[in-house]
Every structure is written in C-alpha cells, then in structure tokens.
Design a protein around this ligand. Sequence first.
Ligand code: BTN
Length: 246
Amino acid sequence: DGQNVITLQRTPSTNEFLRKVLTKSTPLAEGTVIMAVDQYAGRGQKGAVWQSEPGKNLTFSLLLLPSFLDPKDQFSLTAAMSLAVAKWLSAMLKVPAKIKWPNDIYIGNKKIGGILIENILKGKTWKSAIVGIGINVNQTTFPDTIRDHATSIKQILHRDSKIPELLAELCSYIEREYIVLKSGDFKALLADYKQRLYRLGELHVFLVDDVEVTGMLTGVTETGRLQIDFNGHMVDFDIKEIAFVI
Ligand code: BTN
C-alpha cells in the first residue's frame, strides 16, 4: 500500500538489497518497498543492465508474499505487475502503454520501463517475490546504445514529475491488480494482459536460435509462453528461446 517505503540514497540494485535483507532472515512485511535515489548497478532481464541517472528515475523493489499462488501460476504475477504499470502509465500519460512480452513497458516503439521479478521458492511453496520496477521519469538523454528505443515520462509530458508521488500512485495500481491475482481470476488477468501486448496481431521479426524469422504474434499461453503463428503453424516459446528484433 506504499506505506512501508525505505529510501536508499545509493545502492547497486534494490532487488539485490531486498534479497540480502531477506536472506539475513529479517522478517519484512509484505508490501515493503525499497527505493533508490541512485541505483548504480541496476539489473535487467536476461543478465542485462538497467541504467538510470542518479535522482532522475523511479527504481524500486516491492516485496510480495504470494503464498496463495501455485508456482505453476507464476506467470499471472508477471501479468498482474505488468498490467499495473501499463494501466498507470496509460492513465497518466493519456497515450496507450503496451507490454512487450514478457514485461517491458512501451510507449509507441520506445521502452519507458521494465520489470524484473525474482521468485524465491522453497520446494513447491512460495516464499517471496521481489518485484523490481524501473521507470524512466525525468531523464531525457540516454546512452547511445538505447537512445533510439528509450523514452521517459518527461519526454512525453515535457515537465518534471515528483518521484515519491509517482511511486504512491503506481503502488495503488499494483494493489488493485494484486487483489485480482488473489481472487484467482487468472483468466481475467491473462485476457487483460493479451489486450495490451505490444505488436499483437502484427507480423514481426524474431530471433530464434540466432536466426531471424517472421511471424505473427498471436498471444501468450497460460504459462506465459509467447505464441507465434508462422504461416498457420502455431509455435510457443519461453524467454530463453526467442527475442524480438527491435
Ligand atoms: C528489464 O527491463 O529488463 C527489467 C529492468 C528492471 C529494473 C529495475 S530498477 C529496480 C530493480 N532493481 C534492479 O536492479 N532492477 C530492477
């Protein structure tokens, strides 16, 4: 609910920080948020880095304890968190925010944010989920390698935003989707997620085993595999098996 916010001036990664606190067996309440002003070694998916200019962006990790969730349904947590971010941004920016599978957030063809969820499981039960979220807020220049594919709230609204206020707003969207998740309505989450998928129903170039292939993105399976239609042949992929070409 955004009530338990711990703000760190400088830390390598809020996900790492939260993980360390948890492994030191300090019990933390569900909903605890670790926010960094300067996160200097942020991590992204597939071992990527998440770069953020000090003080300019929203970089935080949220602790969830989804013990009610069967690990086989863990994609629904990804869907719920992505939906919360996309809905919040769409409402604030008044432009559609899309979810680039599995959980990048795009405005047009530019990335505005990303999510890195790290699940801590103990056997077949769920201990905790570290939901790391990075949103470009007041940053307007980006490294060469991502310049053409990155955007920020400021680049769209042309003004600075107050980061703690954004965090509180986003947390209320997260809470709403988390309640849907708790209710067990995975079908609703999945349908909602599919509606917001970046490039849904479009022909697109993907990289599969280092080969460029063109197919139509048709949706995701219940377990979160990406479904592509290659001339009438439906194939699904997990995150390690396929990448978007741009
Ligand atoms: C991605 O785009 O691949 C995911 C990016 C996730 C970045 C956030 S910022 C807060 C949290 N701490 C990290 O080290 N990463 C996540």
